[in-house]
Design a protein around this ligand. Structure first.
Ligand code: UT7
Length: 324
């Protein structure tokens, strides 16, 4: 049986950066509130680029960095909640743009856990022998489903894409353990882009709800309870101690959530990689954006064990323990 080794990392952020001060000109907020409540100083925002456009840029970087022939790729997965279309899926748009003619391609929708879910799927395809070289992305244009008049949400989100190449390998343990959950009963605590049915056959008297809406406090409590449990679960399954972990790479939702997680896990907060200051919350893209950022900074070393952990809409959450 092959293992799932990550062999390359890349990300792409749209060039336009919007600072907290910029937002304070649009809604009643200020830099101090946003920084102290969330850890965010700025976010990158699309000026017309779609999730596929951002993902294609990240894919091209991956190909360039790794010297991969696109024809060697046999599968493309894109985690997103802001696809360009219901169909074609974002992954097919990426496949066409990079000429990965031998790949099959589909999207995964699990909000801020999307990349963890997609990596879990990729791992199964590698372990079953059904695929040998997979591109796995998270890509979001959350700005398109953000209510820019609502200060409680518009300060949180950003746009961007990140991805990895996962390859069948006999020399590296790759994905060692996983812990993945959903709790659909709490799903309406975080919603976005609700389908609005208004047809010649049905006169909808409800309000259209195109924007991201969440019960921030409930999600905060959910994340600080469930994520530490999930991190402990993967470590336990693998018989790996906290000290053996080089980094935990959490979904970048709020610096305070990560502080609370570190406390619950009794681990130094420095072990949790954070780049929320620059990117905001980019949902399914946040973990692969962070991984590529770490790779660029030389923080990811061969043989290191890391945990990626996501949580959010669905509600969904999950962690993977990975040897690099
Ligand atoms: O990625 C998907 C998962 N999502 C998350 O993980 C998000 C989890 N939740 C959170 O990160 C936090 O709950 C938020 C950052 C969303 C909010 O932080 P909070 O400490 O829970 O603030 P709050 O909603 O309780 O609001 C506190 C006060 C309120 O004013 P009053 O009622 O105390 O007078 C808000 O109206 O802060 C006010 N407020 C703001 N003030 C300035 C809310 N948004 C803003 C703002 N600027 N942008």
């Amino acid at each position: 049986m092959y293992n799932s080794k990550i062999t390359a990392f890349a990300n792409y952020l749209p060039p336009k950066a919007v600072t907290n001060d910029d937002l304070s000109l649009m809604v009643e907020t200020n830099d101090e509130w946003i920084r102290t409540r969330t850890g965010i100083s700025q976010r990158h925002v699309s000026t017309g680029e779609t999730a596929a456009d951002l993902c294609i840029k990240a894919a091209q970087k991956l190909i360039e960095k790794s010297g991969t022939d696109p024809l060697e790729i046999d599968m493309i997965l894109v985690a997103t909640i802001t696809p360009d279309y219901s169909t074609p899926n974002t992954a097919c748009l990426v496949q066409a743009a990079i000429g990965a003619d031998n790949a099959f391609a589909f999207d995964i929708s699990a909000a801020c856990s999307g990349f963890v879910y997609a990596m879990s799927v990729a791992d199964k395809y590698i372990k079953s022998g059904a695929a040998k070289k997979i591109m796995v992305f998270g890509s979001e244009v959350l700005s398109a489903i953000t209510d820019w008049t609502d200060r409680s949400s518009c300060v949180l989100f950003g746009d961007g894409a990140g991805g990895v190449i996962v390859q069948a390998s006999e020399e590296c343990a790759g994905v060692i353990a996983e812990d993945i959950h959903s709790i659909g009963a709490d799903g309406l605590k975080l919603t976005g882009n609700a389908l609005f049915i208004d047809t010649p056959f049905f006169d909808n008297d409800k309000e259209k709800q195109p924007y991201l809406k969440m019960d921030g406090k409930a999600i905060f409590t959910f994340a600080t309870k469930r994520v530490p449990q999930s991190v402990c679960a993967v470590l336990e399954k693998a018989g790996v101690s906290k000290d053996e972990i080089a980094y935990i790479v959490p979904h970048q939702a709020n610096y305070r959530i990560v502080e609370a997680m570190a406390k619950k896990l009794d681990m130094p907060v420095e072990k949790f990689f954070m780049n929320i200051e620059n990117c905001g919350n980019t949902s399914s893209a946040s973990i692969p954006i962070a991984l590529a950022d770490m790779d660029d900074r030389g923080l990811l070393k061969k043989g290191d064990k890391i945990v990626i952990t996501g949580f959010g809409g669905g509600l969904t959450w999950g962690s993977l323990l990975i040897e690099l």
